[in-house]
Design a protein around this ligand. Structure first.
Ligand SMILES: [Zn+2]
Length: 51
């Protein structure tokens, strides 16, 4: 199964890909756009000090 370069269109209820027909709700769409958010949320990140 090849990857679809999703071409999403938003409707009142959901977001749908015009190419493959994948349907996401608003929450799923957020996760799709920001897949790292949940992993890093609430976890303090160590920053490298550049000097
Ligand atoms: Zn798609």
């Amino acid at each position: 199964m090849s990857e679809c370069n999703h071409d999403f269109i938003g409707t009142a209820q959901h977001i749908k890909c015009r190419r493959c027909g994948l349907v996401l709700n608003a929450e799923q769409y957020k996760e799709y756009k920001n897949p790292q958010i949940k992993k890093t949320a609430g976890k303090p990140r160590q920053r490298k000090k550049v000097e």
